[in-house]
Design a protein around this ligand. Structure first.
Ligand SMILES: [Zn+2]
Length: 245
């Protein structure tokens, strides 16, 4: 059994605090790529929406131009028929040309109604696109801010890790090597990596179970290493910071 005293226990607790903080920082750092990727994805989704909306508008405009040229073509035909009217010889020819003109005018009138409808659709699609672009530009600003914040968080985290590593080295040098080994072995067995926990009012703070009275008394002496009989973590008496006080 490694020798212990209050000082050694204090060092172990400190070591553990350092490790907990380090692992929190490391987990934040490891999530950075994922967070950046999520930002990129939402921007990409928006860009795709903009392209889709632009494609719709371009298709509507193309269709509108087709209508325009159809109307023009019909107008040319109407002009020709009107010119023909002046040179027809029979009433039948005259009626036939007149009918042709009327039909073409009717077709054009229908196309023109359709064109008005299309102008309206183009207008609405352009409004939607303008809104989407405004939202996108807001998102770009927000994303840039988030990126900068993440970058700062990473820089801060890395600086803190360097500090913590140095603190860990310092403190671990003051700990009895056998005790340190015991600490590391205990830690390896725990899913959450917590090797040392306080006992307050005879309750282990690692597993919330009661410590047997005899063991609880021994804990107050701080003269040998004691493990919780339930969760096997190293335990130490911390009644000064008990729950009731
Ligand atoms: Zn326990």
């Amino acid at each position: 059994m490694p020798n212990i005293n209050k000082e050694q226990i204090k060092f172990l607790v400190k070591l553990q605090q350092i490790e907990i903080e380090s692992s929190k920082i490391k987990s934040i750092l490891s999530s950075v790529d994922h967070r950046i990727e999520a930002l990129d994805n939402s921007l990409n989704d928006f860009e795709k929406n903009i392209k889709d909306e632009e494609a719709v508008i371009s298709e509507l405009n193309q269709k509108y131009r087709t209508y325009e040229s159809d109307v023009q073509m019909n107008l040319d035909r109407i002009a020709k028929s009107k010119a023909k009217l002046r040179s027809v010889k029979t009433n039948k020819e005259y009626q036939s040309s007149l009918k042709e003109i009327e039909d073409l005018e009717m077709i054009n009138s229908k196309i023109e109604d359709e064109m008005i409808e299309f102008l309206d659709r183009i207008d609405r699609a352009e409004n939607t696109l303008t809104e989407t672009k405004a939202d996108y530009s807001g998102l770009v600003d927000q994303t840039n801010k988030e990126r900068a914040a993440i970058k700062e968080e990473v820089a801060q985290g890395k600086r803190r890790l360097v500090q913590l590593d140095a603190n860990w080295d310092n403190i671990s040098q003051s700990i009895d090597s056998e005790l340190l080994e015991k600490f590391n072995k205990t830690k390896a067995k725990q899913i959450n990596g917590i090797a040392i926990v306080p006992v307050k009012d005879a309750v282990c703070w690692g597993c919330n179970m009661n410590i047997p009275p005899q063991m609880y008394n021994e804990l107050h002496r701080f003269d040998h290493l004691i493990n919780c009989p339930h969760c096997e973590r190293i335990i130490y008496c911390d009644d000064h910071n008990g729950r009731s006080e």
